[in-house]
Design a protein around this ligand. Structure first.
Ligand SMILES: NC(=O)c1ccc[n+]([C@@H]2O[C@H](COP(=O)([O-])OP(=O)(O)OC[C@H]3O[C@@H](n4cnc5c(N)ncnc54)[C@H](OP(=O)(O)O)[C@@H]3O)[C@@H](O)[C@H]2O)c1
Length: 249
């Protein structure tokens, strides 16, 4: 790990992104925080992580995303690591008839086009330096065995980002830019506040390590993939699920 590396973590106002930003800051990175909008959470994280930068844009908006990233690149002199973490889950249904097109399209725009927009903005400068690491946050739901009807439209966005990660690794790894994905299992954040008590109980009983993850449980894998210690790893995806994939039901 180099103390002078700069990292942009999308969706770092709270949840998993905030935990990644906090660990990166502790490791000496120059941290660029991001949220969809100005918010008390983002402001608080910005204050706590002394010397961090803060930018806001909707990742679904290509023009605004690229403008904001190009501006911050000029200000900080480059981005070495991009973590595509911002994500949403909107279509939680009991029956296929309940799937809402608008919500499904919004999930696709944020979860799939969002990472594409951010990568489009950072990649040229990474290619110029012939060095960079891009980590995209997928989900255990990306793997067909763990897909459920209740979150199908979310799950398929996460399968798509695994595919995106591998496609980009094939295209750009030989030019110095690595692409990997981290797939969390079940993590206690604002997203998980929407789960029913039955879901919490079912998930809890399926985790080998007997507990739902904290955001801080996910951050170390991301920061390993950010670091030069992982310089031989590209095109890979890593489940961080407390063993749910072995036992889960
Ligand atoms: N929690 C889980 O169990 C779990 C499991 C597997 C994977 N994941 C994935 O992990 C990632 C982080 O999840 P989380 O649980 O930490 O979520 P969270 O606590 O709900 O935080 C979401 C973050 O994404 C940002 N965001 C949302 N929509 C955005 C948009 N359109 N443009 C820009 N930023 C946007 C939010 O910014 P604002 O604060 O401005 O709204 C916030 O910083 C997501 O990709 C999620 O799918 C989560």
């Amino acid at each position: 790990m180099s103390a002078t590396k700069t990292i942009l973590i999308t969706g770092s106002s709270r949840g998993i992104g905030k935990a990644i930003a906090t660990l990166a800051h502790k490791q000496g990175y120059t941290v660029i925080l991001h949220g969809s909008k100005e918010s008390p959470e983002l402001e608080k994280t910005h204050k706590v992580l002394a010397g961090s930068y803060k930018i806001v844009f909707d990742v679904a908006d290509k023009i605004k995303t690229q403008k904001a990233i190009h501006t911050i690149i000029k200000e900080v002199g480059g981005i070495d690591v991009l973590v595509n973490n911002a994500g949403i889950a909107l279509n939680i249904v009991k029956d296929i008839s309940e799937i809402d097109d608008e919500k499904a399209l919004q999930e696709w725009k944020v979860n799939v086009l969002g990472p594409i927009h951010c990568i489009q903005a950072v990649l040229p400068s990474m290619l110029k330096k012939e060095k960079g690491s891009v980590i995209t946050i997928a989900s255990i739901k990306a793997y067909p065995n763990y897909a459920t009807l209740s979150s199908f439209t979310y799950a398929h966005t996460k399968s798509a980002v695994l595919s995106l990660t591998k496609s980009l690794a094939k295209a750009y790894s030989s030019k110095g830019v690595r692409f990997n994905a981290v797939a969390p299992g079940y993590v206690s954040t604002d997203i998980s506040k929407t789960w029913s008590k039955e879901s919490w109980d079912r998930i809890n009983s399926g985790i080998l390590l007997n507990r739902i993850a904290k955001p801080e449980d996910i951050a170390p894998m991301v920061m390993f993939l950010a670091s030069d210690e992982s310089s031989y790893i590209t095109g890979s995806d890593f489940l961080v699920d407390g063993g749910y994939s072995l036992k889960g039901k």
